[in-house]
Structure formats: C-alpha cells, structure tokens
Design a protein around this ligand. Structure first.
Ligand code: SAM
Length: 347
C-alpha cells in the first residue's frame, strides 16, 4: 500500500486509545458521577455535578462530554441549559447498589490490575508475575501477595463477587447439576456461586471451602444472613483434607496455577469425591487453536502478570482432569465470559 493510499487504520487507532476509554470509565466511577445521578430526581448540570463530586468545573465538563460519547450518560438541552442523566446501561451496571453492579470490578481494575499491566512488557519478557514491581510485595506465595492487607483482600473478594452478578446463573446451569445434592465450592471466596447454586438447585447444600482469613471475611461481609444450606470450611486445598462431596466446584481456581499444581489439586479432589460424583471447572475457555475469544486471550495475559497460571482450552482442561482420574469429560460454552467443564468419577 502506498503511503498516499486512502487507508485509515480504524482498529489500530481504537487499540491505541483503548486505555483512555477504560480510564474515563474508572474516573467517572471513582468520582461517583453515576451514583450521584442515580440519587437525583432530575438530570444535573456540569456545575451541579462538579460541586457535588468535589471536582473542577472544566475537568468535569470534559469528563461528562466523554461519558456522553461513550453512551454512559444522556445529554439533555433545554432552553440552552445542558444537563446529564445516566443511560440505562450506566444505571444497571455502574451504580453500586444495582443487583447487576460491576462497580467493584471497575474499582479493582482501576486500582490493581491497571497498575500491574504497567509492567506487561516485563511480564512477557520474564514470563512471570509483576506483583513485586507493582506493589513491592513478594510473589513467593501468590495469595499472600494478593491478600497483602485486609483492605486488599476485601477488594479482591468484591471483584470476584461482582462478575457473578452478570453470569453466575449461566455457569451453574450450564449442566444439570440437580443430581448432586452435596456440593463443595473449593476456593469459594465470597460465596456468590454458592448462592447461585442454592437458588438454581433447591435440594442442594453447599460448603464454601477457602483459606481461614477469606472465610472470616466472607462471613463478615458477604454471607451475613443465616442461610441453612450454605456452610463454611476453613483450610488450604493443597494441604488439608477436603470435605467429602458429590460435586466440587473449581471456579477460576485452575487458571491461577501451573499444570503440575492443577493435577495435584485435582488428584486430591478425586480422592475425596464420592463415587458417581463430579467436578465442575468454571473458566474462560480458549478456542481449540487458541485463536479466540479475545477476552480469554487477554485474561491469559492477565494471569501471566498476576498469577502462576494461564487460561486454557477445553482439551487442556480435559487433559488435566484425565490425569487426575476423572472420566466422561464434557464442556459447555455459555456465550458469556465464563464457561464450564464437567468431569466425572466412576460410580
Ligand atoms: N471461586 C471464586 C470465584 O470464581 O469467584 C474465587 C476465585 S479466586 C481467583 C481464587 C480463590 O481461591 C480465592 O478465594 C482464594 O482465597 C482461594 N484460594 C487460593 N489458594 C487457596 C488454598 N491454598 N486453599 C484454599 N483456597 C485457596
């Protein structure tokens, strides 16, 4: 192509500027713009918004204009006066109190993931996590680094929790899990998927297994009400004995670890699992030739920056499950971010 040819690299321009879009979203959430508009009975002017969120008028005007361009805000003009209101998408997904809120996910992306990705080039060069550079914490023990303070632990748990607001039901109903009455969610974190299980399957009970400090935090901040069908078990799934169950859930667990660690964990599960039981792996599946979906490819880079693991294809998960003894392995693509793989232990 000659330099004068009429070509415009639209996609590449979008890639160059992609982080500007993310940061505009992060800042609007951090300043509380969508929250303010949710609580207001009428649309608000830039001056009212800037005053309420404690920001400069000029900066706020530009931010609101960009949010309008991103279709997160509606712009109204009445008698020459300009005002703003939330779009339906902003109201549903960007306000804290919405049942479909992604606010906590946005917060973690802004405050943690974005900072780690500053070192993506180093991560690719070195083939390892960048926690040490980004936060000055040793990544010797992965979750010691992620949970470097109670505040960070709650933020991580909120991140884990919030995605299930939009796709939790899809992953627990990808397969009919009703034959399994005793379920153990290993690394069950905030209990979001446990709740989706008890809603979808009225006869099951779920034990949330996680590190002691995570269980304490989950009881304090996430599963406060007395739910008779959800219980907790504190432990280290690499060291402590696992409770006997008919179904084990491993949601976003295997992607944190190397193949060797995954097989070690799956073998421990296989031993504890009742004959005729199963394991449900919930992950963002890469397509067979690794050519997509882009989200899973980017998540795999994120796993490189932040963990010891990677995203995998269904065949790669099947190989790990087979190595641990599981048979009759099937997978189901949900059409959303996370998919499901089910492996069985012979009766
Ligand atoms: N399953 C949850 C979900 O998908 O929302 C959380 C996934 S999070 C990436 C990994 C979880 O594994 C965290 O809750 C973490 O505390 C837990 N975990 C990490 N190492 C563990 C260990 N050795 N024993 C038990 N739980 C562990």
């Amino acid at each position: 192509v000659s330099p004068t040819a009429d070509v415009y690299p639209k996609r590449i321009m979008e890639y160059i500027e992609g982080f500007l879009i993310s940061k505009t979203l992060f800042t609007s959430c951090e300043l509380g713009v969508f929250e303010l508009l949710l609580g207001s009975e009428r649309s608000l002017s830039a001056a009212e918004i800037s005053q309420a969120v404690g920001a400069s008028l000029d900066g706020t005007e530009r931010l609101l204009a960009a949010c309008t361009g991103m279709q997160l805000l509606n712009r109204h003009q009445d008698d020459g006066k300009v005002s703003y209101s939330n779009t339906e998408q902003a109201r549903l997904f960007l306000t804290r109190s919405s049942p479909l809120s992604l606010y906590q996910s946005i917060h973690y992306h802004s405050k943690t993931i974005y900072l780690c990705w500053h070192y993506l080039t180093d991560a690719v060069r070195e083939g390892r996590t960048q926690y040490e550079k980004a936060f000055g914490v040793s990544s010797g023990d992965l979750f010691e680094a992620i949970y470097r303070s109670d505040e960070e632990m709650v933020k991580f748990m909120q991140l884990m929790h919030s995605i299930w607001n939009i796709c939790g039901k899809d992953v627990v109903t990808a397969f009919d899990l009703s034959p399994f009455k005793v379920i153990c969610d290993l690394g069950g974190c905030s209990g979001a998927l446990a709740k989706h299980c008890t809603s979808a399957y009225p006869e099951c009970t779920v034990t949330i297994f996680d590190l002691p400090k995570v269980v304490h935090m989950s009881k304090e901040h996430f599963i406060k009400e007395d739910d008779q069908r959800i219980s907790f078990h504190e432990g280290d799934f690499f060291k402590d004995s696992l409770p006997e169950a008919e179904l084990y859930i491993l949601a976003r667990i295997l992607h944190d670890w190397t193949d060797e660690r995954c097989v070690e964990l799956l073998q421990r599960i296989y031993k504890a699992c009742k004959p005729g039981g199963a394991v449900l792996v919930v992950e963002a599946l890469l397509s067979e030739d690794g050519s997509g979906p882009l989200t899973a490819q980017l998540y795999s880079l994120n796993m490189l920056v932040q963990t010891e693991g990677r995203e995998r294809t269904d065949v790669q998960y099947a190989a790990l499950l087979t190595a641990a003894g599981f048979t009759n392995i099937r997978h189901c693509l949900t059409g959303k971010i996370y998919d499901a793989v089910l492996g069985h232990k012979k009766a």
